[in-house]
Design a protein around this ligand. Structure first.
Ligand code: PLP
Length: 392
């Protein structure tokens, strides 16, 4: 069939350019060491910042809820009913994020689709950081609003965009709190000042900062002390919290609006009780065991400094997401293949996920990595980096 031939051609094209995603099957649990085809690898590619995917309290909560309430939700929340435990999670989340309310979605991705497609309306303009996550862009495309991208973290460009869009009904600025491919932070204090000066709305996607930045991991908004000045915060349970599911933390009216207007909330089945219970337990762990967050930062500093001392360029990272810059996509892909053969699970990322010529290995350090694992990983980086002449 011609259509299928077209698809095959596109798949082969990506493979030839080393831009295809390799799907690697892992056996058993996610952790700092994973089993792949009978071989143990050190995991440096999971967003499991606090190591909670396998935390005993999180596992036990999921197991108990599965036994008590079964495997599935049975339908969308607006039709089949909302579990009381989901509402309890939303209350706990609002308290954690210090907002009036919160609403849970099935994933971080669908949260951004729901928020960005339903809040900006006809006659509005969305000003979006050029490095924002793809789910934000896809959400904006589904909306009736116009979009203008401003240069990454460039406050002059953002101000220009705000000044030039005064004729729109509403201006909505959206930014990641921590950027997923570079690990740098949005300059939220400056963004908030501009948003207030131009009377705009601010949405911050804190997917990579919840559980990582701020008091007890409350995110970048808390880190910068901007609680009453950011209108809408998006988050996910799939990264530091180690489970899955997205959420919005905001005012009650915003959450009520989303429950009535965000299609990804209305028309997608709710989480199974076990997922909700695991998210609750993860939040409890984050609050009760702050030493895990301290360990995350100790490990991040240790590994990033180790890479720098070896001569690697770690870009502008200020978080546990550490890009090891390579430049050329094919070289980055070879680097990742060699690291994999040597026992490290870490992926190369290239265009279009990052800018052309900025291919890199994306490393993620977690609180659960031991010093032995990090030292072993650094030795492998050194050996292969020298073999491939990425460092001297
Ligand atoms: C900034 C950002 N927002 C949203 C998402 C989507 O979150 P989830 O994986 O929970 O769907 C991601 C995931 O990669 C992300 O990096």
């Amino acid at each position: 069939m011609a259509v299928l031939e077209h698809l095959e051609k596109k798949v082969r094209q990506l493979e030839r350019r080393c831009l295809d995603h390799k799907i690697i099957p892992i056996e058993g649990a996610q952790g700092t060491r994973i089993m792949v085809e009978g071989r143990e690898l050190i995991q440096l590619s999971a967003n499991n910042y606090l190591g909670l995917t396998s935390h005993p309290r999180v596992r036990e909560a999921a197991r108990k809820a599965l036994e008590e309430a079964g495997a599935g939700a049975g339908g969308v929340r607006v039709m089949a009913g909302t579990f009381d435990r989901t509402q309890a999670l939303e209350q706990k989340l609002a308290a954690f994020k210090k907002t009036e309310a919160a609403v849970v979605f099935s994933a971080g991705y669908t949260t951004n689709l729901g928020v960005m497609s339903s809040i900006p309306d006809k006659g509005d303009i969305v000003l979006s950081d050029a490095y924002n996550h793809i789910s934000i862009l896809e959400g904006i495309r589904l909306s009736k609003a116009e979009m203008r991208s401003y240069n990454h973290n460039d406050m002059e460009d953002l101000e220009r965009a705000l000044a030039e869009s005064q004729n729109y009904r509403q201006r909505i600025v959206v930014t990641d709190g921590v950027f997923s491919m570079d690990g740098d932070i949005a300059p939220l204090p400056e963004i908030v000042d501009l948003v207030e000066k131009y009377n705009a709305i601010l949405i911050v996607d804190d997917s990579h900062s919840n559980g990582v930045f701020g008091e007890n991991g409350r995110g970048t908004v808390d880190h910068f002390g901007l609680h009453d000045r950011v209108h809408i915060q998006v988050g996910t349970f799939s990264k530091a919290f180690g489970v899955m599911g997205g959420f919005v933390a905001s005012s009650k009216i915003v959450c009520d609006y989303l429950m009535q207007h965000a299609n990804s909330f209305i028309y997608s089945t709710a989480h199974p009780p076990s997922t909700t219970a695991a998210c609750m337990a993860a939040l409890d762990v984050v609050m009760d065991e702050p030493e895990i967050l301290e360990r995350l930062w100790d490990n991040t500093r240790f590994f990033r400094n180790g890479l720098k001392e070896l001569g690697f360029d770690t870009g502008k990272s200020e978080s546990p997401i550490i890009p090891v810059m390579v430049g050329d996509a094919k070289l980055a892909s070879r680097f990742a293949d060699h690291l994999y053969e040597a026992g490290l699970m870490c992926k190369s990322v290239a265009f279009p996920t990052v800018a052309l010529g900025e291919a890199r290995i994306r490393v993620i350090i977690t609180a659960a990595h031991s010093h032995e694992e990090m030292e072993q990983a650094l030795k492998i980086f050194e050996r292969i980096g020298k073999d491939l002449k990425i460092v001297t």
